[in-house]
Write a protein that binds this ligand. Structure first.
Ligand SMILES: Cc1cc2nc3c(=O)[nH]c(=O)nc-3n(C[C@H](O)[C@H](O)[C@H](O)COP(=O)(O)O)c2cc1C
Length: 190
């Protein structure tokens, strides 16, 4: 199935694996996907929004209150065929699970129509991933309709130790999104 002209919103929170998100965005762009990137303020401290702006040749959204339009979050949420949160930090996962909307990214996720698939790619230290509260938060998010998860994987983590918490590779996330879009197409044909 062609992904051309599909609209994908990529949300990036402040995990070190955000560098992999650049590769993921490139994979989408190569397929003719219309990609918009939303970052948390903390994510923009790890990597410059200019990188995503250049890759997508489109504005990058960070702040809730600097848009002329004011209701940008609702429009972005409405337009998306899929929302991909990669990396999904423990912090942002916690906020989603509790319906917290204190940033543009978390507000968009909360405003995302239920029919719009939400794919999250958690990435964190293995102690964080094993933490009982993170587990509870993931279990809560699973209650959402059209929820998908990619990873995390076991392997070498950013601190050099082995464990479960590595973000899924861009190619894998890409494949999951492709599948989601294919299934959506079938669903709407019925
Ligand atoms: C260099 C660096 C790497 C980090 N990597 C991660 C990570 O992979 N996963 C995670 O959950 N938190 C990570 N953190 C901690 C988060 O950035 C921190 O919890 C932050 O509050 C998350 O904000 P956000 O969820 O709003 O983006 C990292 C912090 C730093 C400074």
């Amino acid at each position: 199935m062609s992904m051309k002209n599909k609209k994908i919103l990529v949300g990036a929170s402040a995990g070190i694996s955000i560098y992999k998100t650049c590769l993921l965005v490139r994979l989408f762009i190569k397929q003719g996907v219309e990609v918009r990137v939303v970052m948390t303020e903390n994510a923009a401290k790890l990597i410059s929004p200019v990188v995503f702006r250049s890759l997508t040749r489109s504005p990058v959204y960070i702040s809730m209150f600097d848009s002329e339009e004011g209701l940008e979050h609702i429009n972005l949420a409405k337009r998306a065929d899929v929302f991909v949160l990669a990396p999904a930090t423990a912090n942002t996962i916690g906020k989603i699970a509790h319906g917290i909307a204190d940033s543009l990214l978390t507000t968009i996720i909360l405003a995302l129509p239920e029919k719009t698939p939400l794919l999250i790619a958690p990435a964190m230290n293995d102690n964080m991933w094993k933490n009982v509260f993170v587990k509870e938060n993931i279990a809560k998010i699973r209650q959402r309709k059209n929820y998908y998860i990619a990873g995390p994987k076991t392997g070498v983590l950013a601190d050099g130790t082995e464990g479960e918490g590595r973000m899924a590779e861009p190619e894998e996330i890409f494949k999951v999104v492709k599948k989601i879009l294919e299934n959506e197409k079938k669903r709407f044909k019925k």
